[in-house]
Design a protein around this ligand. Structure first.
Ligand code: IPT
Length: 995
């Protein structure tokens, strides 16, 4: 039988007859109202393998052939021919809203369920955690309901359809494309399927229908309970009780229950209110996530318990006062990130362990806020945010990007907007972590938004509402739906100017900034310097947490799916696999690697920007250094430094590192104190840096004792004289014994021969374009100028005693660059002084510097400079200066689309050595940008995925006189002018010696 027909052959299924996939007015049918009652205890999980078939369209007949699909999970990652597709703004089909394409993959999931016999007489409910994008529910062939809103659960009552003790056939039909897809046009992979858990539970006919908790920082608790009875009328004599951390809330003087008049009974709905005042309450903040356990019970007339709901309560206030967003009365900085539910094997299906790992990592790197971009995340995320301490901007599942203007005012979508926003609020209202509601993302601004905002303001006056599309119409306009000025990618100078204008009326917190596509996030430290220095600015949310690479087999192009654990490590896939991005599944409409724009790799390996962020967010800082001591400050909002321990470290240029135990002072938030200078400064030794290595003092839920928290640093002494002078003197000395120093070998082509170099040093102006370079337009210019294929022509080779001067010209498409190298023998090596003149036409190039290659075997890089992680001129503020040592292979950051990678900023000298301690050392005239990799810039430029790269046996070494900042121009502002490479003359010098 075609199971889509219900009442005998020929009858049309009413759910299909509605054609709900092209009816935006139909947001649901037969679905129960959303609520915040916890139903997990005693439920029956229906997760696991379901019979499955994929139809070409929702109205296609169901066939007799079944395969199986795992629930929860997207079918696009489970071996079907319908594969993931990535688009950002564009819809993947041409139909205008509310239309959907005729070819419309539709998954039919079926399984039989043994309904527990002990559920006899109870009310039985099916919960589908999430389904994309239309869900149709049938039980034993009978229509039960419809739901849209792909990232929130849908519940359906089955009481009259199933027999406890009997077996029931549940069918869930999931239609991939619909009118709803047009408002789920988020920048992510398109999938289809049931992506969160499915379960069945039973309640007493008399039950808690909803629980609303309000807990304020003064210790006042209010719990509103809605009670319903499935039999139509509430029985006499019911009551509600509750307790908080074991202290009863009812019939207790301290926990005073509202009197009986307020407990009104109607045909179907009862309401009761519990109150308490907790003395000396431990308040909740992201720094101090103090939670209390609340249990609410509904009693029958005889006192027995009919229903129970458990909640974790955090006492805190959120308010906007003037232009400040306050948590518990404090103007807090929002160090946020946008987070999608994502996993490289399972797509939008994420486990609790995975989510915990996400949040633990964010805590360790100084983040305190999450925007659930761009839909309500998995419910467990909010519990973890409550527990670990994050401020959450909870965002409704509305993004109509491609057709934003049409939809924002389209009355056919009005219901969907209000439905999605209100259901999110109803689900998440009791989480202390949620401090702001967001109406969605990138959907223009229209009456549908105002309708949704109106609902929220009435239902939950305790939290602000934000919406970027509204804020865009005027950051200070009081009439718009957004209580917060929450722009995306606004230039920093505009934010500062607004805050200084005298016109600011709302907190300015960017909902997206510092776009993390590829090697990016330049100027993050400059942003934070301005935010911390400018009243009115409070932070923002980095775009974004994840690189959404899907693990893919290279041979057949298929996603690996659930079985792929262990096929990646440290950001890199196993041989034969790669991280797929847009276009890799054969999609013709796609947006390429724009999906790989996170601060972590698809396996959650942190990218270098995370370390930069950790320093920027440091809870304790070194303000300054005076002879009598070091001034420390507490940059937190709510707690002291007692959860931290620390050690002093003194690094001096002569190679020494001293350490000493540090006593952190007792500092209230915002306080400063001077502590004694821990070391006697050595008389000599050049540059010296004092670092405070701060770690956790005890085991925390997100970090074992001893986890690094930050490493603020201050320079105690500058280099005694400019390095350049120091080097010149050293060289003069060498020249005095010049003939001991030998001579340099330079061939007639002006190329240096050296036993440790396989490719002689030449001028380099090219870097493998970063995504910012590509999408921001710089790379286009550089290619047009021919910087990727400059032709070197030697002009003269002049031998003067032991030294050699080489003049060369590098011809590009529009201009030539003159380059001079002076090679001078020094003891054990050669000194290279370089000079390059960039004509004015070559303004803003990627780099000016030397590049050479070494013999194989020099596999360890040690350096004195900033590190140890990758850093660039505009993303290096956090990397402390010191002595660092990293294997060459580990220097490289495997950005999904290969690009410039692995640089180290502020390098004063470095050594490349083999295990037997042979090798070379290079001393630089000034702190320089140095990059040591296995790849030439051309290798990286040519590759589209990391797995195509073939490491060279030796090292490719770049020493840059100037290197362009990274900026964020792939989406947002470019780097600042001070980080650009100017035309004109560049000079640099370095001395290479054999170890
Ligand atoms: C902005 C989107 O909100 C976000 O989802 C993502 O696409 C980001 O950009 C870029 O990665 S929208 C953009 C048009 C500014």
């Amino acid at each position: 039988m075609n199971a889509h027909t219900t009442n005998g052959p020929g009858a049309v299924d009413p759910l299909l007859a509605l054609r709900p996939w092209e009816a935006p007015e139909v947001t649901s049918w037969g679905r129960l109202p959303m609520n915040a009652v916890d139903r997990r205890s005693g439920c029956l999980s229906l997760d696991g393998d379901w019979r499955f078939q994929l139809l070409p369209a929702p109205d296609a007949p169901v066939g007799g052939e079944w395969s199986s699909a795992h629930v929860p999970g997207a079918w696009t990652l489970q071996g079907t021919d319908d594969l993931p597709q990535y688009t950002n703004i564009r819809m993947p089909f041409a139909e205008f809203p509310p239309g959907s394409p005729a070819t419309n993959p539709t998954g039919v999931y079926e399984r039989s369920v043994d309904v527990p016999a002990e559920w006899a007489g109870r009310r039985i409910v099916l919960q589908v955690g999430a389904a994309e994008s239309v869900l149709l529910v049938h039980v034993d062939g009978r229509p039960v309901g419809i739901s849209k809103d792909s990232h929130l659960a849908a519940e359906f009552e089955l009481t009259d359809l199933v027999r406890p003790g009997g077996r029931t056939l549940v069918r869930l039909t999931v239609v991939k494309w619909s009118d709803a897809s047009h408002i789920e046009d988020q920048d992510q992979w398109w999938h289809g399927g049931i992506t969160r858990s499915v379960l069945l539970y039973a309640t007493d006919p008399l039950r808690l229908a909803d629980v609303t908790v309000r807990a304020r920082r003064d210790g006042q608790l209010r719990v509103d309970c809605q009670v319903r009875d499935a039999r139509g009328a509430l029985p006499e004599g019911w009551s509600v009780s509750g307790d908080l951390d074991g202290h009863p809330l009812t019939r207790d003087r301290e926990f005073d229950r509202v009197n009986a008049e307020e407990e009104r009974v109607s045909d179907f709905l009862g309401e009761a209110r519990l109150r308490a005042t907790v003395p000396e309450v431990r308040t909740w903040t992201a720094e101090t996530p103090e939670l209390y356990d609340l249990t609410v019970r509904l009693h029958r007339a005889d006192g027995t318990v009919a229903d129970t709901s458990r909640h974790r309560v955090g006492f805190r206030d959120v308010e906007i006062v003037g232009r400040d967003l306050l948590v518990n009365g404090e103007r807090v900085f929002i160090r946020g990130v946008n987070r999608h539910d994502f996993h490289p094997l399972t797509g939008r299906t994420v486990s609790q362990d995975d989510m915990r790992a996400d949040l633990v990592l964010l805590k360790r790197f100084g983040f305190n806020a999450i925007r659930t971009a761009h839909y309500p995340n998995d419910p467990a995320l909010y519990e973890l945010a409550d527990e670990l301490g994050f401020y959450v901007v909870d965002e409704a599942d509305i993004e109509s990007h491609d057709h934003a203007h049409e939809i924002a005012d389209d009355p056919r979508y009005l219901g969907a907007f209000v439905d999605r926003v209100s259901r999110m609020v109803l689900r998440d209202k009791n989480h202390p972590s949620v401090i702001i509601w967001s109406l969605g993302n990138e959907s223009d601004y229209g009456a549908n938004h105002d309708a949704a905002a109106g609902w929220v303001r009435r239902h939950d006056p305790t939290r602000p509402v934000q919406y970027e599309g509204a804020a865009k119409r005027g950051w200070a306009d009081p009439d718009l739906a957004s209580d917060i000025a929450c722009p995306m990618y606004a230039p920093l100078e505009d934010c500062v100017a607004h805050a200084l204008s005298g016109e600011q009326t709302k907190p300015l917190i960017q909902c997206e900034y510092s776009h993390a596509l590829g090697n990016s996030n330049g100027t993050l430290a400059d942003h934070w310097a301005a935010i911390e220095a400018t009243p009115g600015l409070q932070g923002g949310f980095i775009w974004e947490f994840w690189d959404h690479g899907i693990l893919q087999r290279v041979n057949d192009g298929r996603p690996v799916g659930r079985g792929g654990a262990g096929l990646y490590d440290n950001g890199v896939t196993a041989p034969g696999h790669r991280w797929a991005y847009g276009g890799d599944f054969g999609e013709t409409i796609h947006d390429g690697a724009f999906i790989a724009d996170g601060i972590v790799f698809p396996d959650r390996t942190p990218k270098p920007v995370m370390y930069e962020h950790r320093e920027i967010a440091a809870p304790v800082r070194i303000d300054c250094f005076r002879h009598e001591g070091v001034v420390l400050s507490n940059h937190q909002h709510f707690r002291g430094l007692d959860w931290l321990s620390a050690e002093w470290e003194l690094s001096s240029a002569d190679g020494r590192t001293l350490t000493a135990r540090a006593e952190l002072p007792d500092l209230r938030p915002g306080g400063t104190a001077a502590v004694p200078m821990p070391f006697e400064l050595p008389e000599s030794g050049g540059e010296a840096w004092l670092t405070l290595r701060v770690t956790t003092a005890e085991d925390l839920p997100w970090a074992p004792r001893g986890t690094e928290v930050c490493a603020p640093q201050v320079r105690l002494r500058a280099a005694e004289r400019p390095l350049a002078t120091a080097m010149a003197t050293a060289t003069d000395g060498a020249e005095a014994e010049s003939f001991d120093a030998g001579s340099v070998e330079v061939d007639d082509d002006g190329l240096l021969s050296h036993p440790l170099l396989t490719v002689a040093p030449t001028l380099s102006l090219w870097r493998a374009p970063t995504d910012n370079d590509e999408l921001g337009g710089a790379a286009l210019r550089w290619r047009a100028w021919g910087l990727d294929s400059m032709v070197r022509k030697v002009v003269s080779v002049h031998r003067d005693g032991p030294g050699v001067t080489v003049l060369a010209e590098y011809a590009g498409a529009i201009a030539a660059v003159r380059h001079r190298q002076v090679f001078t023998p020094v003891e054990g090596g050669v000194r290279v002084e370089e000079w390059a003149e960039l004509p004015d036409d070559l303004h803003d190039v990627a780099r000016v510097g030397s590049v050479f290659e070494t013999v194989p075997g020099l596999d360890l890089l040690e350096w004195f400079g900033q590190g140890p992680w990758e850093s660039y001129p505009d993303r290096g503020a956090g990397a402390p200066v010191g002595h660092h040592s990293v294997p060459v292979d580990a220097l490289f950051t495997p950005y999904l689309r290969p690009q410039e990678s692995g640089g180290r900023h502020g390098v004063r000298r470095f050594t490349l050595s083999a295990p037997d301690a042979t090798g070379l050392t290079v001393a630089l005239d000034e702190p320089r940008q140095v990059c040591v990799t296995r790849y030439r810039a051309a290798d990286l430029t040519a590759a589209t995925h990391h797995d195509e790269l073939v490491p060279r046996p030796g090292c490719v070494v770049h020493i840059d006189a100037a290197h362009r900042g990274l900026g964020t121009a792939s989406c947002g502002p470019d780097t600042f002018p001070s980080y650009l490479v100017a035309p004109g003359v560049h000079r640099w010098s370095w001395t290479l010696r054999v170890l």
